[in-house]
Design a protein around this ligand. Structure first.
Ligand code: NAD
Length: 476
């Protein structure tokens, strides 16, 4: 049994969970300890005790530690990428790419530790100086989804540690292996006892204990809107600092003047890669009349060449869906779409491969309108809809007609439309002539409307959430 890391020790539990490979359900990756509520409290207590010392630790020490963690992840990116793809189901190049990105995030925050700055003011009263600095918040409870098992943990853990916070890290119960492997790297880098804790387990027990503990000053959550709402309600009720990153129903607008191959590349990558299991996936393809038929034809042609198979097999474009529950959800939405009168132009078939896995071919609905459930609710699978519109104005209005506001994109050769889209799209991220997924690690990430709540993640903007502003007055 792989253990949790609590208060500087690897601890067993009475209960464990089997981690199954979604590409081959006969492949047991390992058995992982489920932390109890008492163990979760123990981890929170350890983090609380370690905070005064860690928050005052030399910045050189923190910087080197984060840089070393990044270097070790980089050195093991192949192995970590394989493990990640084996348990999550994204293809091996995607798995290695994600591990590489996690390494870069740790190295970025290793450098950021050294760039902490403050402000100096003359007081309005004579003879008094005022300094404004930032300090760590305290214990950061980090609650993670399954779809980016190393990158998202990295973009929460690295800034939390960099700015002097102690961490209680709860990965998704579906991807404990990558979390455990990353925790081993963090532990082996010499992190002091209590500063970093791994508590694998279920949301209702481990997650809820973190969210409700008065010793956890900051809760950073990434996951579904449904869970996010309940996490926020509990955390805000006790006035904890809270940050939520949630779902999307991201539009990719394709205009008449678009370069067709670029449009198809953006749509296929954005909608179907990583099996469409990305909060930034382009699930709504909003296409103007003049290019609509050519775009649909080219999409169907390209989609028929995509290989859906085992995540670790060379040549696979699209790996399996994460598990039976998500597959059932995808299949349900395919029926919902057909029931709403959409035309299934391609895919959406559950298929058998050499190994028993959750294989679903990428699906494209056409003849849809934006009011349909398939265009308003997050499906989180390899399923996209084409919505036909008459012109740019209708495309923009349709793109904004959603409760979500995470990512967005436009494919156009017009500077006028590109500029207008960047200004007026209601989303935290926009892309011109690029897929809606695939973001850099050194710039902020997050959305608007129901997609996000609280301070932005990543880049220097991460400082906002993981620090508290402090104002000091001194009379000489
Ligand atoms: P989820 O909401 O089911 O679970 C997320 C985490 O919350 C898990 O660790 C889970 O155990 C925990 N949890 C569940 N109930 C809890 C409770 N009562 N208290 C505390 N924690 C609890 O989400 P998921 O299925 O793991 O992930 C998919 C979702 O994540 C999608 O909606 C996707 O869009 C979203 N997501 C968003 C981003 C982003 O940055 N915006 C990135 C990746 C994924």
């Amino acid at each position: 049994m792989k253990k949790n890391f609590i208060g500087g020790e690897w601890l067993e539990s009475d209960h464990a969970i089997d981690n199954i490979n979604p590409s081959d359900t006969s492949d047991l990756i390992g058995t992982y300890a489920l932390a109890s509520i008492a163990q979760t409290q123990q981890a929170i207590d350890a983090a609380h005790t370690a905070f005064p010392s860690w928050s005052r630790s030399p910045i050189q020490q923190r910087s080197e530690m984060l840089d070393n963690i990044g270097n070790e992840i980089l050195a093991r990116k192949q192995q970590l990428g394989e493990l990640l793809s084996r348990e999550e189901g994204k293809t091996l190049p995607e798995g290695i790419g994600e591990a590489t990105r996690a390494a870069h995030i740790f190295k970025f925050f290793g450098a950021q530790v050294l760039r902490q700055k403050g402000d100096f003011f003359d007081s309005v009263r004579p003879g008094i100086d005022v300094t404004v600095t930032r300090t760590g918040v305290g214990v950061a409870g980090l609650i993670l989804p399954w779809n980016f098992p190393i990158a998202i943990p990295a973009w929460k853990i690295a800034p939390a540690l960099a700015y002097g916070n102690c961490v209680v890290f709860k990965p998704s119960e579906l991807v404990p292996a990558t979390a455990h492997a990353m925790a081993e790297i963090i532990v082996n880098a010499g992190i002091p006892a209590g500063v970093f804790n791994l508590v694998m387990g279920h949301g209702e027990s481990v997650g809820a204990t973190i969210v409700n503990s008065p010793k956890v000053q900051a809760v950073s959550f990434t996951g579904s809107i449904k869970t996010g709402r309940s996490v926020a309600a509990s955390a805000v009720a006790r006035m904890a600092k809270i940050q939520l990153e949630m779902g999307g129903k991201n539009p990719l607008v394709v205009l008449d003047d678009a370069d067709l191959p670029t449009a198809v590349d953006c749509a296929v990558q954005g909608a179907f890669f990583s099996t469409g299991q990305r909060c930034t996936a382009s699930s709504r393809l909003i296409v103007t009349d003049g290019i609509h038929d050519r775009f649909v034809k080219a999409m169907v042609e390209r989609m028929s060449s995509l290989v859906t198979d085992h995540a670790l097999k060379a040549g696979t474009d699209i790996g399996p869906v994460i598990d039976q529950r998500q597959l059932d959800q995808d299949l349900k939405y395919l029926q919902v779409g057909l029931g709403e009168g959409a035309n299934l132009a391609y895919g959406g078939e559950q298929v058998a491969r050499d190994a028993p896995g959750f294989y679903l071919t990428p699906a494209l609905f056409t003849e849809t309108d934006n009011t349909m459930r398939i265009n308003q609710e997050e499906i989180f699978g390899p399923i996209a809809s084409v919505i036909r519109v008459k012109d740019y104005d209708e495309a923009l209005a349709t793109a904004n007609d959603t409760e979500f506001g995470l990512s967005s994109g436009v494919v156009t050769t017009s500077l006028k439309y590109a500029s207008d889209f960047k200004r007026n799209i209601q989303a935290g991220i926009s892309f011109v002539n690029l897929p809606t997924s695939g973001v850099d690690y050194h710039v902020p990430f997050g959305g608007t409307k129901s997609s996000s709540y609280g301070a932005r993640e990543q880049g220097q903007y991460a400082e906002e959430f993981y620090t508290t502003v402090k104002t000091d007055y001194t009379r000489a």
